[in-house]
Write a protein that binds this ligand. Structure first.
Ligand SMILES: *Cc1c(COP(=O)(O)O)cnc(C)c1O
Length: 350
C-alpha cells in the first residue's frame, strides 16, 4: 500500500490466473488452453501483417474481424463487439450494462473473475447456489436483479445449460441483461447467439483463447442486440480506441474463416475428453458431465489438494480451487492424448 494510490485501490481483490510456469517440460493441464496450435491459416494471416504497416495504428473498429464473426454467425456487424480477450469484453459489459440499482446475479460456483469486476466497478452482486448436481436452476434467478451472468458450459464444472432453459431465463428477466459467457461452448454446446435476434436482453460473449487456440493473441467477442453493443462501444471508446492490434485482427478473422481446422481440433479435444473421463472413472473418480475442454473430478477417498500437490511433483499441473463447496475437486484441462495419459499414469501412483 502507498499513500500515492487512489483510495479504492487498497480494497481491490484482483483475479489470480492459473500459473504459467516458466519450465517447459510440465504437462500443463491447469488453464484450459487448447493442446493443438491455431489454424495454420490464422498464423499465415498474422505473418502477413508483420510489415512496415505496423507503424500505422490498426483499424479502431476491427471491421474485418467483426465482418468475419457476423458472417460466421449470420448476424449484422453492428451486433458484434470485439475486445482484447473476452476478459476485456466482460469488463466493458460489467461497466456499461451491469452498474444498476439492483444486484447482479451469478452462480455461487462460476468464473472467479465476476466478483473481481464487481469490486472494480462497485457493482452489488448476489450469488445463486447451483443445485446438488452442480447445475444452474434458472427458476432460482427469479428475484430482483440488475443483470445475470453465467458461463455456459459453466466453469469450473463443465456443466451445460440447454438453450430452452436459457430462453426461460431470458423471458422471465426481460428487463435485465442476461450475459451468457460461452468461453467453452464449442466443445459440445449450442451457442445462444442463435437467440440474439429474438431477445434484445441477451448478450453472448466468446473467446478465441480456448476452441480457437489463440490464448496468446488475446481476442474476445460479444454478440447481441445493436443497442447492447453500442453500450460496449461507448465504454471501449472511452478507455482504449485500439484494443486489437493488426496481428490480432488478421489472425482472429482468419481463425473464424477456417471452419474445417476448427471443427477437426474441437472434435479431437472432445474425443480425448471422453477417453480421459473413462480413465478417471476407472481410477475411482467421480466426474461431472462436461461439455467443455476440461473436466471437474473428485475422488471419494483422496483429498484433492493432496492429489494436486502429488501431480505437481510428477510434473503434471491441474487447477485446484480452495472454495469450500468445490475444495474436493480438481479441474483438469484436456490435453493431447499423450498428456492425458501422463495425467492418468501419475494419478494411478497417488
Ligand atoms: C478463459 C475464460 C474467459 C477469458 O478468456 P480470454 O478471452 O482469454 O480473456 C472468460 N470466461 C471464462 C468462463 C473463461 O474460462
Amino acid at each position: 500500500m502507498s499513500k500515492f494510490w487512489s483510495p479504492f485501490v487498497k480494497d481491490l481483490v484482483p483475479y489470480v490466473p492459473g500459473e504459467q510456469p516458466k519450465l517447459t517440460k510440465l504437462v500443463k493441464l491447469n488453464t484450459n488452453e487448447n493442446p493443438y496450435g491455431p489454424s495454420p491459416k490464422a498464423i499465415a494471416a498474422m505473418q502477413a501483417e508483420l510489415n512496415d504497416d505496423l507503424r500505422l495504428y490498426p483499424d479502431p473498429n476491427s471491421d474485418r474481424l467483426k465482418q468475419a464473426v457476423a458472417e460466421y454467425y449470420g448476424v449484422q456487424s453492428n451486433q458484434v463487439f470485439v475486445g482484447n480477450g473476452s476478459d476485456e469484453v466482460l469488463a466493458h459489459a460489467f461497466h456499461g450494462l451491469f452498474q444498476q440499482d439492483k444486484p447482479l446475479l451469478f452462480p455461487d460456483i462460476s468464473y472467479s473473475f465476476y466478483p473481481v469486476y464487481c469490486g472494480l466497478y462497485g457493482i452489488a452482486h448476489e450469488t445463486i447456489a447451483l443445485d446438488e448436481q452442480f447445475q444452474i436452476r434458472v427458476e432460482d434467478y427469479a428475484r430482483p436483479n440488475g443483470g445475470i451472468i453465467f458461463p455456459n458450459p459453466n466453469a469450473p464444472t463443465g456443466c451445460l445449460l440447454t438453450l430452452a432453459a436459457i430462453e426461460r431465463l431470458l423471458t422471465a428477466n426481460a428487463d435485465s441483461v442476461v450475459l451468457v459467457d460461452e468461453a467453452y461452448i464449442d466443445f459440445g454446446g449450442e451457442s445462444a447467439i442463435a437467440l440474439v435476434n429474438k431477445y434484445p436482453n441477451l448478450l453472448v460473449s466468446q473467446t478465441l483463447s480456448k476452441s480457437r487456440s489463440l490464448a496468446g493473441l488475446r481476442v474476445g467477442i460479444a454478440v447481441g442486440h445493436a443497442d447492447l453493443i453500442e453500450a460496449l462501444e461507448r465504454v471501449k471508446n472511452s478507455f482504449n480506441s485500439y484494443p486489437l492490434d493488426r496481428m490480432a485482427i488478421a489472425g482472429a478473422a482468419a481463425a473464424f474463416a477456417d471452419k474445417e481446422y476448427f471443427a477437426h481440433t474441437c472434435q479431437q479435444v472432445i474425443s480425448s475428453r471422453e477417453q480421459t473421463v473413462a480413465g478417471l472413472q476407472q481410477l475411482g473418480f467421480t466426474v461431472l458431465p462436461s461439455a467443455a475442454n476440461f473436466v471437474f473430478a473428485s475422488h471419494p477417498q483422496k483429498d484433492a489438494a493432496t492429489l494436486a500437490a502429488g501431480l505437481r511433483e510428477q510434473g503434471v499441473i491441474v487447477r485446484h480451487f480452495k472454495q469450500a463447496r468445490i475444495a474436493q475437486y480438481l479441474r483438469i484441462s484436456i490435453g493431447t492424448p499423450e498428456q492425458n495419459q501422463a495425467l492418468l499414469d501419475a494419478l494411478s501412483t497417488l
